[in-house]
Design a protein around this ligand. Structure first.
Ligand SMILES: Cc1ncc(C[n+]2csc(CCOP(=O)(O)OP(=O)(O)O)c2C)c(N)n1
Ligand code: SF4
Ligand SMILES: [Mg+2]
Length: 332
């Protein structure tokens, strides 16, 4: 099956004016996950089918009899974004081959949250990435918690964050002792036949829209992971959503990259940091702006900074992957 040839958008002034995710949703003010979906489908255009797993972006978007979706949209189970993507792409292909529908390139995009993709549906996403015969994009929007059910910690929640699963106490301050899972590069390393993987952030809207376009144009199964500030779960004034996304990237906490046919490149500020043209901002500025880290002591902040420093200074691919090549370590 061929794909739509979606050309890169050169500058925000050239972004399409049409909206396919409009009014009718009930997400919080300043919800960056909602903005991700708006940019995603704006980039994809009208001949698109969207599938969405359970979470804020299902529940708040499709209250009974109201929806912001202008394109066809279907809900799928919390851990099923991968299987819904494969199944829909396979179904379309079969119908077209049998002549039961017009043979035309239709974008299939399946989205899930971090609970749905980093944790519960990881195996289904992995399976979907092993089927080069089907064209689809899985977009994982990461608000760093199971937000819809009241902000439980997920495998993508940051170390030390106050969530309903990890409330700081008098005896023990740090309850979430896990470091955020490195999902996108794990999937990129593990699925060599899939041609496109990327990270994104709605604070860099053009970059995100062009990544969606590239993923849909290149064909086969593709994957994008976005970083989405969430005013409710992260506890800050909604007007700072965009700024927080930029601060996370500038602190080197969230790294903007893409991998096309196995070639990995840094994008935007992450590229400047990786090439030494820009210094990372201290993480304390980012942490202090959010209520979920309000219990942090100087020692906690220093620990957090040290972990980020290690990502950039000790990892094999700075900020992205801890894997290092060592040809001297053979014990034989
Ligand atoms: C199998 C299953 N377990 C639990 C739930 C309850 N549930 C609905 S939404 C949700 C949170 C999903 O979190 P995430 O995927 O991160 O999306 P977000 O709500 O953060 O947008 C949970 C646990 C469910 N719908 N299905
Ligand atoms: S809780 Fe967070 S992710 Fe959910 S609608 Fe509100 S801002 Fe968006
Ligand atoms: Mg979530």
């Amino acid at each position: 099956m061929t794909t739509q040839q979606l050309r890169p958008i050169r500058g925000v002034h050239n972004a399409p004016l049409e909206e396919f995710y409009t009014s009718g949703h009930r997400t919080c003010q300043g919800c960056e996950s909602a903005l991700v979906l708006r940019l995603m489908v704006k980039a994809a255009g009208p001949r698109t089918i969207v599938l969405g797993s359970t979470g804020c972006m299902y529940v708040a978007n499709t209250t009974y009899y109201s929806t912001p979706w202008v394109v066809p949209w279907m809900h799928t189970q919390l851990g099923s974004s991968g299987s819904a993507a494969t199944g829909t792409a396979a179904g379309l292909k079969a119908l077209m081959q049998k002549g039961k529908m017009r043979d035309e390139p239709i974008n299939v995009i399946s989205f899930c949250g971090d609970g749905g993709g980093v944790d519960m549906g990881l195996s289904a996403i992995s399976a979907s990435l092993t089927h080069p015969e089907y064209n689809h994009l899985v977009l994982l929007y990461d608000n760093e918690s199971y937000a819809n059910t009241d902000i439980q910690a997920s495998g993508s929640s940051p170390w030390g964050a106050n969530t309903t699963f990890s409330p700081p106490g008098r005896e023990r301050r740090i309850m979430n002792t896990r470091w955020k899972k490195n999902t996108a590069i794990m999937l990129a390393h593990g699925h060599p036949k899939s041609r496109y993987f990327a990270t994104g952030c709605p604070s860099y809207s053009l970059d995100l829209m062009n990544k969606v376009r590239k993923a849909l144009t290149i064909g086969g199964p593709t994957f994008i992971h976005t970083f989405d500030p969430c005013p409710k779960g992260w506890d800050y004034d909604p007007k700072y959503s965009h700024e927080l996304g930029m601060m996370a990237v500038e602190a080197g906490l969230w790294v903007q990259w893409e991998m096309e046919d196995g070639k990995l490149t840094y994008n935007g500020p992450s590229r400047m940091i990786a090439t030494g043209r820009r210094k990372r901002r201290p993480v304390v500025e980012y942490l202090k702006r959010q209520g979920r880290f309000a219990h942090f002591t100087e020692e906690d902040i220093a620990y957090f900074q040290a972990q980020v420093d290690e990502m950039w200074e000790k990892w094999g691919t700075p900020g992205i992957s801890s894997v290092k090549l060592d040809l001297t370590g053979d014990r034989a």
